[in-house]
Write a protein that binds this ligand. Structure first.
Ligand code: MG
Length: 299
């Protein structure tokens, strides 16, 4: 079976390019420092690189889808100039609420981050392995979408206070630092002695994948419950042995006592003399039986 490819999903504004606010002019597209280097590194490592961007400017009537297409063509061209390639760009033009003045785009869309729709659609279109994929972005919605899709996440920020409010797997200050995190994660997994050598272009972040982490936790829970069950069974087994032993010793003690009594009441002096050690023996065995009962109770 052919293994699915892993992807790095990227937010667009303030992640890949500068954000002047509802960018409408292709000439204003400016890559952030190091962005092309990061994308190229992911290309070379075999990741698919996919942009997923909310573009409510379309629903707000600030930009048309054609203009958006021109902007994305420019973005791809600027990256290509530095030998960096995007595999796909997904955008969500929809927005719910009165700010959406273009009726066609006024809706609550599953594509709009923090919902994971764009990532799921890309995974379907490009046959991606989401559990080995990453989402990188500068807003909490990016991280939420990535987590909802089962990806590892890198939150881009220089504000350490803000980073503590976001439940991302990693924090980086630039896209280039984020590429280090993603690629180091892959290298660490590849160094695991049991990890098979993956074909080029396939992610190997096995130890970091959320789905596998969940599976591991499930296995650990199963092992723990199995051990608890064994302990319970073991306790029950000890309980039965102690009880059985006590009962057997009790029966023997009574039998010897009766044997002694039989000799004692037979009348002659010789018989009475041999009754005494039988009584002593019955007493000792009775003591053993009592000890076993006590052991049983303490369990
Ligand atoms: Mg952004």
């Amino acid at each position: 079976m052919i293994k699915k490819q892993a992807a790095v999903f990227l937010d667009r504004d303030k992640t890949l390019i500068e954000d002047p606010g509802y960018l409408a002019d292709p000439n204003e597209v400016k890559l952030l420092p190091g962005a092309a280097d990061a994308v190229r590194r992911w290309n070379e490592a075999g990741y698919r690189v996919v942009v997923v961007t909310n573009q409510s400017g379309v629903a707000r009537g600030l930009i048309t889808e054609d203009q958006l297409q021109d902007i994305h063509t420019q973005l791809e061209m600027l990256l290509e100039e530095q030998d960096a390639t995007l595999d796909a760009i997904y955008y969500c033009p929809y927005l719910d609420g009165p700010e959406a003045i273009v009726p066609k785009y006024r809706r609550d869309s599953p594509l709009r981050k923090p919902k994971p729709g764009m990532l799921l659609k890309a995974a379907d279109d490009l046959d991606l392995d989401l559990s080995h994929s990453w989402m990188v972005g500068d807003r909490i919605e990016d991280i939420q979408a990535g987590l909802a899709a089962g990806c590892k996440t890198v939150f881009l920020t220089e504000d350490t206070e803000q980073s503590s409010e976001v439940d991302a797997d990693f924090v980086a200050d630039t896209l280039l630092s984020a590429s280090d995190i993603v690629l180091n994660g892959r290298d660490e997994a590849a160094e695991q002695p049991d990890a098979p050598d993956p074909p080029p272009g396939l992610s190997t972040v096995d130890t970091a994948a959320p789905v596998q982490r969940d599976q591991l936790l499930d296995v650990l829970k199963d092992v723990r419950s199995l051990l608890q069950q064994q302990q319970r069974e073991s306790a029950q087994r000890d309980f039965s042995l102690a009880r059985l032993g006590a009962t057997l010793f009790q029966i023997v003690a009574i039998a010897i006592l009766l044997w002694g009594l039989n000799a004692f009441i037979s009348g002659d002096e010789a018989s009475a003399a041999i009754a005494l050690p039988r009584f002593v023996l019955a007493g000792v065995i009775q003591l053993v039986a009592l000890t076993l009962y006590v052991t049983d109770r303490s369990n």
